[in-house]
Design a protein. Structure first.
Lengths: 113, 114
């Protein structure tokens, strides 16, 4: 069965610090990979996605993620966080050809002004 | 605003009762997904419909059922409710069923079972 692990439950950073959130997945076949963000009181929004091609993908709001197939990882990065990045971040995968997403438990990011 | 609407926003009900959650997908989207978000289980996929037909099933209890109507809106029915069913229920929609397009999430329905 597919599974997704997010290593950090809660990350606290100061503004302008760099961010890296870890995500590892378990699945033997080809997958699509996603990062979603949930701002307080809001719905899930897609930050970025990887289907194929360049393993370094850029998303909205200055986020990027790198797919490392050999490590089954899809870590999210941002060089300089802002207070407005305070939110919960979810890594998700689906198997190629299947729509349903398997989510990690989420990482809560708190950015201190 | 994702374009996906869910009603009601909040629902408080008693154990043993039955409720219906409603979802309207984005215009043009044929696929609807239901997810449950709880503190202990996180975000879990429940069920998917595509153009009126059930497409995939996840960890959905037998007390729960769903359907997608000809106008593509979907309803999730939860019956014989238990305290543990208290959660946030999200609906998402996408253009197709195979997962190669973005899923757009609604604002969710918060269900509290007392």
């Amino acid at each position: 069965a597919q599974s997704v692990s997010q290593h950090n439950h809660h990350v606290i950073l100061s503004e302008a610090a760099s961010l890296e959130l870890g995500c590892n997945y378990s699945y033997g076949g080809t997958v699509n990979l996603f990062w979603y963000v949930q701002y307080p009181g809001q719905h899930l929004q897609l930050l970025l996605k990887y289907f194929s091609g360049d393993p370094l993908v850029k998303g909205i709001k200055g986020f990027e993620a790198e797919f490392i197939k050999s490590k089954f990882s899809f870590n999210l990065r941002k060089p300089s966080v802002q207070w407005s990045d305070t939110a919960e971040y979810f890594c998700a995968v689906n198997a190629r050809g299947q729509g349903n997403l398997i989510f990690g438990k989420g990482t809560k990011l708190s950015v201190k002004p | 605003d994702s374009g996906v609407t869910q009603t009601p926003k909040h629902l408080i009900t008693a154990t043993g009762q039955r409720v219906t959650l409603r979802c309207s997908p984005r215009s043009g989207d044929l696929s609807v997904y239901w997810y449950q978000q709880s503190l202990d289980q996180g975000l879990q996929f429940l069920i998917q419909y595509y153009n009126g037909e059930e497409r995939a099933k996840g960890n959905i209890l037998e007390r729960f059922s769903a359907q997608q109507f000809p106008d593509l809106h979907s309803e999730l029915n939860l019956s014989s409710l238990e305290l543990g069913d208290s959660a946030l229920y999200f609906c998402a929609s996408s253009v197709e069923a195979g997962g190669s397009y973005e899923q757009y999430f609604g604002p969710g329905t918060r269900l509290t079972v007392t």
